[in-house]
Each structure stands twice: as structure tokens, then as C-alpha cells.
Design a protein around this ligand. Structure first.
Ligand code: NAP
Ligand code: ZN
Length: 352
């Protein structure tokens, strides 16, 4: 075991502050990674503030961060995929049981015995797992991703969660080429959804509450932008969408978006608001529409997504911040004031 610098929250209303945490010594299957950048996902904020207390209560101190990119510093004797000096990524998962039907199908994100990167029981050290707002992390090589060498690393980090969370449902929907696809909410997930939907040839429409994001949405690859607070604009598009990805992090009227779907259209929720959403049965019945959910993606699909990003030069649009600005960044995230992902330069932790 060794200690590393990190940022943690002591409670739901405490700011994140400098601390030290233990990491395990690399076992034979482990990869030790020096963390270079870590994205700030809205899930970090939900967890730090214990907003998901009824589903997964937060254990404090909490070290969030599951959009990790870094450099390998050490590997165990049985590791074959990595060597010291390689770039590596870690997303939301650091372990699963490898034996359940989901794991056997490469869907580790659905394993009932998965270990999340933070706030999950830590099988090695006891307590809970600690995430990427830290100097380094030690992870079983199965859950470590290869990072294309041609991409900007600050913009790669968010691919490990925001990227795969939007890539996976878009791929699962099928061939979206020429289809009318909506992305609701232009934040970290939403802006990646726009990039992927555009890359796969869809007619992409962004729904946003922030009129000032319109030009960015078009630059990111959207063909049209709807200001969702404008009823008239919404009405014009009612019943016309094939597929909608809802990334909203807060309470909202989902029926307004279900009504945008055409016959057999699907809306997939990836956003995880604190409170349950009220769904109108009639909104689904008329039009035979469906509502589903999706959570990150499996390890093989995450690698596929990273390789796709390498080939197509796709990264997140990031605002790079030092770790000392993390509390300010959280306040801005609550106000939807981020273009379009904060990425923490972990070199800033060295001065703590
Ligand atoms: P984010 O960067 O804060 O973006 C969320 C966007 O939602 C905002 O930028 C805003 O877009 C819109 N929004 C916020 N409050 C709203 C409100 N009251 N009404 C309507 N729109 C609102 O968050 P994120 O990191 O993309 O995460 C989004 C959600 O996905 C979070 O709940 C997060 O926990 C969840 N998540 C789920 C998974 C998964 O596997 N399913 C993975 C990662 C994250 P506009 O300004 O454009 O309106
Ligand atoms: Zn996330």
C-alpha cells in the first residue's frame, strides 16, 4: 500500500479539499497509472452531494472522478496489454464478477457485482473505492483502456464516461444515418451525443434551455437547435423524431420530449435526475413510442469508442482547470455553465 494526494469531500455539504488516500500495491493483473487529466462528470456532483442517496448512498470521505486518462507507471507480472510509459484510460468501472451472463456478453456495466471507480466497496483495501481526483490509481488491466496517441489528452478524459454513455445507446439504436435524432441538454454528455450522432450520419437536433448555446450546438455538429422553453418551436417538431437521447441532470417534463417522437420512436434516458420523472402513459401509447435507459457501456465497446474517436479525431470540448478550482466548477455545473466539460489538469495536485 502507498499513499497519494487526492481531493475529497467529507460530507454532502462540504467542499472538496486536499487529502491523502491509500492505493494498493499492483498485484499481478494490475496496472498502476499516473493520472494526467480527470473529467468532471455531473455524476461526481450528484455523488458528492449525496443526491442519489436512495439508490447509492455516498460513503465519506468521497473521492470522485471516473473520466481518467494517464500514463502507466507500473504493471503486474501477468499484465499483457500495457507496459510502463503507455497511455491508459479508466472509466466508471474497475471490477466485475466476469462470470455473470452480462459479463460473458461483454456488458460489465450491467454486472450485478460490479465495482465502480468510486463509492463502491473496495475488495482490496476495505472501505470504498476512490476515484480519479488523485495522483494515481491501480486497476485490473481488464478495466484499463488503450488511448489513441493522436488525441489531446485533456479532451480524451471525458470520453471515458460522457463519450461511452452517449456512443453506446446511439450504436444500440441501429443505423441512424439519415434519421432525425434529438439530443436533449447540451452539457458534457449532450455535446458528445451531438458529435457521435453527427459522425454516424444522423440529422441532429439539439434541445437546449440555454439560447446562448445555439451557435456552439451548430459548430459541434447539430443541424438544428430548438430552444425547449419556446412552445411554438417545440410544436413545430412534434411527432417527427426517430430517436432522442435525454441527458438532462435535473427534474424536467419528459413528456414534452416523448411527444417529439414519431411512430415507434424511442427516447433513451442517460441523464440521472435525483427525483423520479412523471411519465404520461398517453404520450407513449399514441405513436407506440418507447422509453428506455442506458448506462455507460461495456469495456470492449468503450475501447471501440476510443478507437473510433482516434480514427475520426473526436474529443470532448474541454475547459481545463487546476484541481484548486473544482468547487467553483461544481457551482458552474449546477448552472449549466460549462463548455462543455471541465477537465482537471492533475499536475496541479502536486503543489498541494
Ligand atoms: P451537465 O454537463 O451538467 O449537462 C446537463 C445538461 O442538462 C445541462 O448542460 C443543461 O443543458 C441541461 N439541464 C440542466 N438542468 C436542466 C433543467 N432543469 N431543465 C432542462 N435542462 C437542464 O451533466 P452531464 O455530466 O452531461 O450529465 C448529465 C446527466 O447524466 C447527469 O444526471 C449524470 O449523472 C448522468 N450520467 C449518466 C450516465 C449513464 O451512464 N447513464 C453517465 C454519466 C452521467 P442546456 O443548457 O443545453 O439546457
Ligand atoms: Zn460520469
Amino acid at each position: 500500500m502507498f499513499n497519494v494526494k487526492a481531493y475529497s469531500a467529507a460530507g454532502a455539504t462540504s467542499p472538496l479539499a486536499s487529502t491523502t488516500i491509500p492505493r494498493r500495491d499492483a498485484t499481478e493483473h494490475d496496472v498502476q497509472i499516473e493520472i494526467l487529466f480527470c473529467g468532471i462528470c455531473h455524476s461526481d456532483l450528484h455523488t458528492v452531494r449525496n443526491e442519489w442517496s436512495s439508490i447509492m448512498p455516498t460513503v465519506y470521505p468521497c473521492v470522485p472522478g471516473h473520466e481518467i486518462v494517464g500514463r502507466v507507471t507500473k504493471v503486474g507480472s501477468a499484465v499483457t496489454k500495457f507496459k510502463p510509459g503507455d497511455l491508459a484510460g479508466v472509466g466508471c468501472l474497475v471490477d466485475s464478477d466476469h462470470t455473470c451472463p452480462n459479463c460473458r456478453d461483454g456488458l460489465e456495466q450491467l454486472c450485478p457485482n460490479q465495482t465502480l471507480t468510486f463509492n463502491s466497496p473496495d475488495k482490496h483495501l476495505g472501505g470504498v473505492t476512490y476515484g480519479g481526483y488523485s495522483e494515481s490509481i491501480v486497476v485490473d488491466e481488464h478495466f484499463v483502456l488503450r488511448v489513441p496517441s493522436n488525441l489531446n489528452l485533456a479532451g480524451v478524459a471525458p470520453l471515458l464516461c460522457a463519450g461511452i454513455t452517449t456512443y453506446s445507446p446511439i450504436r444500440r439504436w441501429g443505423d441512424i444515418k439519415g434519421k432525425k435524432v434529438g439530443v436533449v441538454g447540451l452539457g458534457g454528455l449532450g455535446h458528445m451525443g451531438v458529435k457521435f450522432a453527427q459522425a454516424f450520419g444522423a440529422h441532429v437536433v439539439v434541445f437546449t434551455t440555454s439560447a446562448h448555446k445555439k451557435e456552439d450546438a451548430l459548430r459541434l455538429g447539430a443541424h438544428e437547435v430548438i430552444i425547449s422553453t419556446n412552445t411554438e418551436e417545440m410544436q413545430k417538431h412534434a411527432g417527427t423524431f426517430d430517436f432522442i437521447l435525454d441527458t438532462i441532470a435535473a427534474d424536467h417534463d419528459i413528456n414534452a420530449y416523448i411527444n417529439m417522437l414519431g411512430r415507434d420512436g424511442n427516447i433513451t434516458l442517460v441523464g440521472a435526475p435525483e427525483k423520479p420523472l412523471a411519465v404520461s402513459a398517453f404520450a407513449l401509447l399514441f405513436g407506440r413510442r418507447s422509453l428506455s435507459g442506458s448506462i455507460i457501456g461495456g469495456i470492449a465497446e468503450t475501447q471501440e469508442m476510443l478507437d473510433f474517436c482516434g480514427t475520426h479525431n473526436i474529443t470532448a470540448d474541454v475547459e481545463v482547470i487546476p484541481i484548486q478550482k473544482v468547487n467553483e466548477a461544481y457551482e458552474r455545473l449546477v448552472k449549466s455553465d460549462v463548455k462543455y466539460r471541465f477537465s482537471i489538469d492533475m499536475a496541479s495536485l502536486k503543489s498541494e
